[in-house]
Write a protein that binds this ligand. Structure first.
Ligand code: ADP
Length: 925
């Protein structure tokens, strides 16, 4: 275009009317008409910055132009050949305009993808911010530093990976600060930090502590325990001089935001650092250690805290990164000790970590069915706790138990703050009970090992929130801490969380144990109750009055899932402590119709908590459909069953619905009926998590780790891994996040050719950018029921053919191993909580009728309760347990697809793609 002296792009339309539409379309994007020499249709995208190349288009009619097709909604538009990439200043504004005009578009982390009226793919990218801020300075690209500090925790690597990948995909530069605060400060000489000056990302004395990360720097991080960028306890950072040096190092590296992953010490330090920042910058400027320009540019420091701690000792978050992996290690160890204790009829006293926090000890106690736990927040109520402990141990032994397991947090105390030590417990058990007692101190094994699925997902989603918090921060916002509350990622003031955490230790010191417990997560008290009442055989202290004691039946339905036995054990033991009589029904509703009731006792369920599968036996028969409803009602009446507990998946949910429907016909069904959701598919309405789904995710994680290792040991290979889930994509989505899958296929989206084509292109682009010297293994997760045509084998064959010399492909069908052998600690704990809450639910639903009958000196009625609330799913809403009436859940259920209409995990779907680098790789220039 001679008049403007600029090069231009020709946009050809096949008709006049499409050209008119195109003119309108490009005007909506911000183009303006300009007059060219030839009186043609010229458009120009105005640019405020002189160094930004103006985009010029010439729109013409060309009947010979190739005809294009509109892209389908479910195709990934960002992977198609694009006509052009347009820098847009107000991308969100343009998005609003497109929405208002009803023009379809897709978004990626960095761009909006749209089709023009000629079906050209146009990528709209946020223009690099070249404008000036209020104080007249050039706005800079965000430079985020990420560091891990204090005690290492599994899942810290997931955090670093996620900050790096998500930060880069958001257009930031990300730097890893190695060795925690020490890396901020200088190099180490003789174990002490010396002051070093960082120049261009390295330390003068040869140290290289602050390194810029790229997409490939964090390959493989997800599966590695501990922290690959190192951590340290840096004493000098506790001094102002140390923090002054850290500030200088950050400024010299151009880092304006710091994401710190550590425990409460590290986050206390981070908070202090930010509060002092202003003064530190002035002092550095005063000493001429930084220039005036640097002092102005780095006037504000953004700090975001991620809680990496195995102790789960931070207030304001339900769970910390690394705690669940540590619990895995502890449970593996206790399960192993258990068998030797059983063989030799020994007692074991096991010390676990937790100086001020008994979370690990208590959860391990619940998960392994230990006989006793000692935690700092709740010392034994008796001064003579030794006698109380021996009484319980003796009582359990008298029942026929051959083993005694006592778990002690390292910071356990008695009411007078005297430490409770493992050796003393051992002496007490040996001397008073004559037990052959051994002490096992688990020590650092608790920190190690590959992170479990939970910590990988937690680290990933929290770090994404941390980067978002960095981008949203202003000088006025207090430093945030990323937490997790009721299964939702939260952002709370770091300072408040640190203050509350310190108050727990203070409360313990001042012997205010009630306050210490109250300051812990709300479910902690509930968990303590669950432990005590399902593990310790009580001396009638929680026994109900005789007229309130029930006859309860429990049965398993559907496929086996980790935690079914744990739930049964907890229900039995808690029931016995309350005075109920409890029956196990063998083989689900088929067994019930045949009257297969078996009375369960304390020792009959000993050891069940650690066992997968279903000891009662389970099948898919549904009452009213596969089993005669009349027979079920008859057997319940004949056996005088007053409450029914179902443990199972969607078939169990359907059973609940069917039983509720016919209550008016069968008086014996007018009893409280509960469902404890248990299925790997996690598709039961009324709960965030079903029993078995965590076990299954961990099987997927460990299998995929092995698969990737095998793949990359020899060649560039893509594994298509088939996971279970029926018509629910839960396992593929959450598993995909946990293993870093590069694609997932889920029933909610289906599979189509264009999608496959896009994935092939994506994989090619990934392998093209890989280090040619390395063979990279990659994983795609496919839910079993996603497509009849595109089977796991077919997808793999397509990839094999299309991959050519770049990569080959194999399949792995995980099948029934996903039901797991040993249930994961989380499944065991969830099972125990849901089971005890289910018994509480039965008591609550029957109390009025039983009390009335008792006051009238009558026998309990057959119809104990008819209200809708008395048929319910006992489920988890985050960490809280709720009874949700089935009638209330029905409108929220997609019966055809056997799942809830709304599922929380859909929010993680797009994160799988983001972490795989879809938008990053497709939008990279
Ligand atoms: P964690 O973060 O796991 O609780 P620490 O308590 O050992 O571990 O703290 C880790 C590091 O955080 C310390 O070595 C120190 O560098 C820094 N830190 C801890 N407490 C403070 C504090 N009060 N002031 C400044 N820095 C601190």
């Amino acid at each position: 275009m001679a008049a403007l002296g600029l090069s231009y792009t020709v946009i050809s339309s096949r008709t006049e009317s499409t050209l008119t539409d195109s003119l309108k379309f490009y005007t909506l994007l911000g183009f303006e008409k300009v007059v060219g020499e030839d009186n043609g249709h010229w458009l120009r995208l105005p640019s405020s910055s002189p160094d930004t190349t103006a985009m010029v288009l010439k729109l013409v009619v060309n009947t010979q132009a190739s005809e294009r097709q509109a892209l389908a909604k479910d195709q990934d538009w960002s992977l198609q050949d694009r006509q052009m990439v347009l820098p847009i200043q107000d991308l969100q504004g343009v998005q609003r305009v497109l929405e208002a005009q009803g023009i379809g578009f897709q978004t990626t982390a960095k761009a909006v993808v749209v089709q023009d009226p000629n079906y050209h793919v146009i990528v709209l990218q946020q223009q690099e911010q070249q404008d000036t801020s209020k104080d007249g300075l050039m706005k800079r690209r965000k430079k985020i530093g990420v560091l891990t500090s204090g005690g290492d925790a599994s899942g810290m690597n997931a955090c670093v990976r996620s900050v790096v990948l998500y930060g880069i995909s958001k257009g930031c530069d990300v730097y890893a600060v190695y060795e925690g605060y020490q890396g901020n400060r200088g190099i180490q000489v003789d174990g002490e930090c010396v002051l070093g000056v960082v120049v261009d990302g390295s330390l003068v004395d040869g140290g290289d502590y602050i390194r810029k990360m790229d997409w490939r720097s964090v390959t493989g991080y997800l599966s590695i325990g501990g922290t690959s960028i190192g951590t340290a306890r840096c004493m000098p950072f506790k001094t102002r001089e140390g923090r002054l040096q850290a500030a200088e190092n950050l400024i010299k590296n151009g880092i304006d935001s710091l994401i710190v992953c550590g425990g409460d010490g590290s986050l206390t330090g981070a908070d202090l650092f930010r509060s002092e920042w202003d003064g530190l910058v002035r002092e550095l400027r005063g000493a001429d250690r930084i220039t005036q320009e640097e002092a102005t540019t780095f006037k504000h420091l953004t700090i975001v805290g991620l809680v990496g701690s195995i102790d789960n000792d931070m207030s304001s978050t339900d769970i910390t990164i690394g705690a669940v992996t540590s619990l895995h290690r502890i449970c593996e160890a206790v399960d192993s000790v258990d068998t030797t204790a059983l063989s030799h009829s020994r007692a074991f006293v096991i010390e676990v970590m937790g100086r001020h926090c008994g979370w690990l000890a208590l959860m391990a106690g619940i998960a392994t069915g230990a006989d006793f736990v000692f935690i700092p927040e709740q010392p034994p109520s008796e001064d003579d706790w030794e006698t109380a402990m021996c009484t319980v141990a003796r009582r359990h032994r008298d029942l026929g138990k051959r083993k005694t397991i006592i778990i002690v947090a390292e910071g356990a105390l008695d009411r007078h703050l005297k430490p409770i030590k493992v050796d003393h417990i051992k002496d007490v058990l040996t001397d008073r009970l004559g037990l052959d007692t051994r002490v096992t101190i688990l020590g650092h094994t608790q920190r190690g090992g590959s992170p479990c699925a939970f910590d990988r997902i937690l680290g990933t989603v929290q770090s994404i929130a941390a980067v978002d918090a960095v981008l949203a921060s202003t000088p006025e916002t207090p430093s945030p801490m990323i937490g997790m509350n009721n299964n939702k990622v939260t952002t709370k003031p770091l300072m408040d969380a640190v203050r509350l955490t310190h108050q727990v230790a203070e409360a313990i010191e001042s012997q205010n144990f009630e306050k210490a417990m109250a300051l812990r997560d709300p479910q902690f008290l509930d968990e303590l109750k669950v432990f005590n009442e399902t593990t310790i055989l009580y001396d009638n202290s929680i026994l109900l009055p005789a007229h309130q004691q029930l006859r309860i039946a429990i049965l398993h339905i559907g496929a086996p899932a980790g935690g079914m036995n744990s739930a049964t054990r907890a229900a039995v033991r808690y029931s016995l402590n309350r005075g109920h009589t409890i029956y196990g029904v063998t083989n689900g509703f088929t067994g019930l119709a045949h009257g297969s009731f078996e009375k369960l006792d304390w020792m009959g369920v000993d050891g069940w908590t650690t066992c997968g599968g279903s000891y009662l036996g389970t099948n898919r028969a549904v009452p009213g459909k596969d089993v005669d409803m009349g027979m079920i009602a008859y057997q319940l009446q004949k056996n005088n069953i007053q409450a029914l507990m179902l443990v199972g998946g969607f078939e169990a949910y359907v059973s609940l619905v069917e039983l509720e429907k016919v209550r008016s016909h069968y008086p014996s069904l007018c009893i409280p009926i509960s469902l404890i959701p248990a299925t790997v598919s996690n598709n039961v309405p009324g709960t965030d998590f079903s029993l078995g789904c965590d076990t299954s995710l961990n099987v997927i994680v460990s299998s995929c780790d092995a698969i990737v290792q095998s793949a990359q040991s020899s060649r560039r290979r893509v594994f298509v891994v088939e996971v279970q889930g029926g018509r629910s994509g839960f396992l593929a989505v959450e598993g995909g996040l946990a293993v870093g899958a590069c694609a997932i296929y889920i029933p909610e989206e289906g599979i189509h050719l264009p999608r496959l084509q896009g994935d092939v292109n994506f994989l090619k682009s990934l392998y093209d950018t890989d280090d040619p010297q390395k063979s990279e293994g990659r994983v795609i997760l496919r839910t079993e029921g996603v497509s009849k045509t595109y089977t796991t084998q077919v997808i793999s064959e397509i990839l094999e053919d299309e991959g050519g010399a770049r990569f080959d492909s194999r399949t792995a069908v995980l099948g029934h191993i996903q039901q797991g052998n040993t249930p994961s600690p989380l499944d065991r704990i969830r099972a125990s909580r849901l089971a005890t809450h289910s018994i509480d639910f039965f008591e609550e639903m029957t109390r009025t009728a039983l009390d009335l009958a008792h006051s009238q000196q009558k026998a309990p009625p057959l119809e104990l309760c008819k209200n809708e609330e008395s048929v319910a799913v006992i489920g988890l809403c985050g960490v809280e347990v709720h009874a949700r009436p089935v009638k209330e859940l029905l409108p929220m259920t997609d019966m055809k697809n056997r799942k809830p209409l709304d599922e929380w995990w859909h929010r993680d779907r797009s994160l799988v793609d983001t972490m795989a680098g879809r938008s990053y790789h497709s939008c990279k220039e």
